[in-house]
Write a protein that binds this ligand. Structure first.
Ligand code: ACM
Length: 558
């Protein structure tokens, strides 16, 4: 922290306390002087970094209004002012790491790999004044303080989960969200594509999934979750749109992990193909759900279902190159399996003691299929309730005790606990939010910025080996209360900045007040990007920003 402040003193950098960087880099050393950046500054790049150079050039053009010259390194064109993008696979850095050297004569980003270079360019963008700043309108160059940064991520999985089942967002909105993730050096978008209330991914072999399953007849309005607006609602992504989004994210070094929910949260799929459900139970009548909450419709454990799911996952694997495929597994009520003679016979045949073991049997079959496709299965922590398969990775959402259980068994985990990462919870007291209007409704809960910032995903590990089993962390954007991307932004920002620092920066380097003062600089970029973020109340250290505040009297238990 001290070094950041020295850098400020030497260069007269605009931000009062420290460099406006989030996540905080691993190490920053101040040097003397500054680099003068202007519309005339060019980009020289290693030939393997053309994508990164082109994206960076477009970002700089958005600031200055002028497309910077770009030149591959072998072109010996004289450029009087340049930012160099280099690769050094032998650099003593973890994957995704980079060094950034800013001197009066040049700026050099050297990445361990192309993602490291991309991260380095995000750091430069945070150091520059935001889009629309007065400086870009006159001829004055922007001064980048001379310094040396060595930086790399704490975790390889730095994610956001976005639920498009409850509400559906246009392609342009998803791309914009990806850009903001990249700005914070997040690298994993967990895309929750199927839900009780809507199936959102085109599957060629099963057209009714989107003809029927992508639409519901009504939704609860904001402010009255127990009622119905009576308005038909829906939408889905075509396979071409999915390819477009996956490629867009990949160029920005973000992997998209698709989630196909099973055996629960499957009402939309079962409404599309009713033969896949537990057809032998009393009153069987699946439909795409119109209310939030947990619903009883689960896939039946029959061969037809496995054929269907393998076909679906086969198409999913063709669309998404991610190593991990998420199969959901959360909140699958066992009522229908208890009532179904067929499900009970499967349990007897397979020697399964209870319905939890039936779910684990179900998950193991899907895991085998994914393995045949050279993919890894990840699921919510319920997948261990009837025995956890050795090869499964667990996404821990309910309680850290499930993480300890999985770590002890030797399984990998991703930490996504409700306590610190559920961004559908209120970030200010619920009463204060609801006083602004029904559209500020959240699911409930209480997750202020400071609490997100305090998270240590590795605290559950008891040994260094277990620490390595923690792949990383992510925040969840369940979207019952987010009808559009503006509301998603309001829930996500600025908590996403805290999450980014949790996932990237060494835990021992995190200081809340310092983060909050750097956030002031980052919020100028949010303002410039017209991001609809939730403004933290009061100055750093005051009530509302340090996490101490009155009990929230409104808002149900999520
Ligand atoms: C979850 O919140 N049901 C994973």
């Amino acid at each position: 922290m001290k070094l950041l402040m020295i850098a400020t003193a030497l260069t007269g950098f605009a931000c009062a306390d420290s460099l406006p960087l989030i996540p905080l880099p691993v190490s920053v050393t101040a040097r003397e002087g500054a680099f003068e950046f202007s519309a005339g500054t060019a980009i020289r790049f290693d030939r393997d970094l053309k994508t990164e150079a082109d994206l960076f050039a477009a970002d700089l053009q958005a600031l200055t209004g002028t497309a910077p010259k770009t030149a591959a390194e072998e072109l010996r064109i004289f450029l009087h002012s340049e930012i160099r993008l280099d690769l050094d696979a032998a650099a003593d850095l973890p994957a995704g790491g980079y060094k950034l050297v800013i001197s009066p004569g040049a700026v050099v980003v050297t990445g361990k790999d192309s993602s490291g270079v991309y991260h380095g360019t995000r750091t430069i963008l945070q150091l520059l004044p935001p889009r629309g700043a007065a400086i870009w309108k006159d001829e004055t160059p922007a001064r980048l303080p001379a310094l040396e940064i060595t930086d790399y991520p704490r975790f390889g999985w730095r994610g956001m989960m976005l639920d498009v089942g409850r509400h559906f967002y246009p392609v342009a909105d998803i791309k914009d969200f990806i850009d903001w993730m990249a700005f914070h050096k997040l690298n994993t978008l967990h895309w929750h594509l199927t839900e009780d209330q809507g199936w959102r991914i085109e599957i060629r072999k099963y057209p009714k999934l989107t003809e029927v399953g992508a639409y519901r007849e009504s939704s609860p309005p904001y402010g009255n979750r127990k009622s119905d607006d009576g308005v038909r609602y829906g939408g889905f992504y075509t396979q071409d749109q999915i390819r477009e989004i996956v490629a867009y994210a990949a160029a920005r070094h973000i992997t998209i992990i698709p989630e196909i929910e099973m055996p629960g949260h499957a009402a939309a799929a079962i409404a599309s193909y009713p033969e896949l459900g537990n057809t032998d139970i009393p009153g069987y009548a699946p439909k795409v759900m119109t209310r939030w909450g947990v619903h009883p419709y689960t896939f039946a454990p029959k061969e037809e279902t496995f054929r269907f799911l393998e076909d679906v996952l086969g198409e999913v694997c063709e669309l998404f190159p991610s190593k991990f495929i998420h199969i959901g597994g959360d909140e699958a009520p066992k009522t229908q399996w208890r009532e179904s003679k067929f499900a009970q016979e499967v349990m007897k045949r397979e020697g399964l003691k209870n319905e939890e073991e039936l779910q684990s049997w179900f998950v193991r079959r899907i895991g085998k299929f994914l393995k045949s496709k050279n993919r890894r299965l990840i699921g919510w922590d319920e997948i261990q309730e009837g025995g956890l398969d050795q090869s499964a990775t667990m996404m821990v959402w309910r309680d850290a005790k499930w993480a300890r259980h999985a770590l002890a068994l030797g399984n990998d985990v991703v930490m996504a606990t409700t306590s610190h990462t559920y961004f559908d919870y209120y970030q200010n007291p619920a009463a204060a939010e609801l006083a602004k209007g029904d559209e500020y409704e959240a699911i409930g809960g209480d997750l202020p910025l400071a609490k997100v910032y305090s998270y240590n995903p590795a605290s559950v590990a008891e040994t260094p080996a277990q620490e390595k089993q923690i792949l990383g962390t992510q925040a969840q954007l369940w979207t019952e209360y987010a009808k559009d991307m503006k509301k998603v932004q309001y829930l996500a920002f600025p908590r996403i900045a805290a999450l980014a620092e949790v996932a990237w920066t060494p835990h021992e380097s995190k200081i809340l007040d310092d983060f909050l003062s750097r956030l002031d600089g980052i919020m100028k970029h949010y303002d410039a990007g017209k991001l609809n973020y939730c403004k933290p109340a009061g100055p750093p250290g005051k009530e509302g920003r340090d996490g101490s505040r009155p009990e929230s009297p409104v808002g149900g238990k999520p």
